[in-house]
Design a protein around this ligand. Structure first.
Ligand code: XIL
Length: 369
């Protein structure tokens, strides 16, 4: 093959792939797309269906995109709770020590209030997205210094939003996959007690907010979930003000989290609320039609798991649409993890979740207020 014929062959292959992708997109846009040719709320919104039995359905919001009317409309119409995808994280709210910038987070809270939505505050303590002034200085700090900084941060943030946050993810991803507490700056300097302290400080600043420990991988009945369960049980027995456990539920087309319902019920058995906090189902791109069906089934199963456990008070998807999803930057070659495609058309995954909620309207256990 000459270089020219190679180029032509390549162009033809690209064209074919694009045509196939277009056809796939058209067909995967599904039944909802035939009704909603423009961006509009579905005939039965997720929030209305889930609201019949008191379940909140949420979405992680990129606050920059709230300026896009189509993005804002779907966010407001379909969901009854919002989580800032990044806007409340430490590195964003306190880029310089002691100087807070609440602009983006306040914008989301105002949006939520205008749309009758509750807010999941995310997050107060994590090992990622910390400001560099902190990560640079932390290794040289004494435990007392770092502890004072942690307390000041939690108190300032929770106080700023006092009365406006329904659930706070107080500590995020505190456990490693091996079932040990994550060996991050917090554990290294402060020991395991930093977690109980964080909950106590958050509770002092806003006694009405529901305080959550949030993690990934606890959807599985494995070593990590067992360790985290024992840890939470211990927090409860010490009287630490913890109200709930968040199950991130980042899944993929080859992994459906079959233990999710059992795990939600198990943690709820400790007298806690539980929540699905960051649901998404990714796949290798481009996604085959068969995989779209699998992703839809997995989304439906996770929603069903939450619906069936009365203490599961909210189900949040992580990012509204595929264009905005964190997956392509994080998992190479993967994407298509959300309920809406790049042009904000609902995908079969949306219809699958909606169907579970509509079916549950009459039979699902009512959530207590
Ligand atoms: C992700 C955001 O979606 C990205 O935009 C950001 O670059 C990194 O963080 N678990 C969490 C979330 O608890 O805060 C993460 O969000 C996704 C994994």
């Amino acid at each position: 093959m000459t270089s020219r014929t190679r180029t032509l062959a390549r162009s033809a292959a690209v064209l074919l792939a694009l045509t196939a992708l277009a056809a796939l997109t058209a067909c995967t846009s599904g039944t909802a797309a035939t009704k909603d040719t423009s961006v509009a709320a579905s005939s039965t919104t997720l929030r209305a269906a889930a609201g019949k039995f008191g379940l909140k359905v949420g979405v992680a919001v990129n606050t920059d995109r709230l300026d896009d009317p189509a993005y804002a409309q779907l966010t407001g119409d379909e969901f009854s709770t919002v989580t800032p995808e990044n806007a409340m994280k430490w590195g964003l709210v306190e880029p310089t020590e002691g100087t807070y910038d609440w602009t983006a987070a306040d914008k989301l809270v105002a949006f939520a209030q205008a749309h009758g939505q509750l807010v999941r505050g995310h997050n107060l303590v994590w090992y990622q997205q910390l400001p560099t002034w902190l990560t640079d200085a932390a290794p040289k700090m004494s435990a007392a210094q770092l502890s004072a900084i942690l307390k000041a941060h939690i108190t300032a943030e929770v106080t700023h939003f006092k009365g406006e946050i329904w659930q706070w993810d107080v500590v995020n991803e505190a456990f490693d996959d091996n079932g040990e507490l994550r060996n991050d700056i917090w554990l290294e300097k402060l020991g395991p007690g930093y977690i109980a302290d964080a909950f106590r400080w958050a509770h002092e600043a806003d006694p009405a907010a529901k305080l959550f420990l949030n993690d990934y991988g606890i959807e599985d009945a494995g070593i990590k979930a067992s360790a985290e369960y024992a840890f939470v049980q211990d927090l409860k027995s010490q009287g630490v003000p913890i109200d709930g456990v968040g199950f991130e539920t980042h899944l993929d087309a080859t992994y459906a989290a079959p233990d999710l319902e059992t795990q939600l019920a198990k943690f709820a058995g400790l007298g806690l609320d539980v929540a699905v906090t960051e649901a998404d189902v990714r796949d290798q791109l481009p996604v085959s039609k068969a995989d779209v069906a699998t992703q839809s089934d997995i989304f439906a199963q996770t929603m069903q798991a939450c619906v069936d456990v009365p203490q599961c008070i909210s189900y949040t998807v992580w990012d509204l649409d595929d264009k905005d999803s964190w997956i392509p930057q994080t998992f190479s070659g993967e994407g298509a993890a959300t309920l809406y495609d790049d042009s904000l058309k609902p995908k079969p995954q949306f219809t699958a979740v909606q169907k579970v909620l509509v079916k549950a309207e009459k039979s699902a256990p009512q959530r207590s207020k």
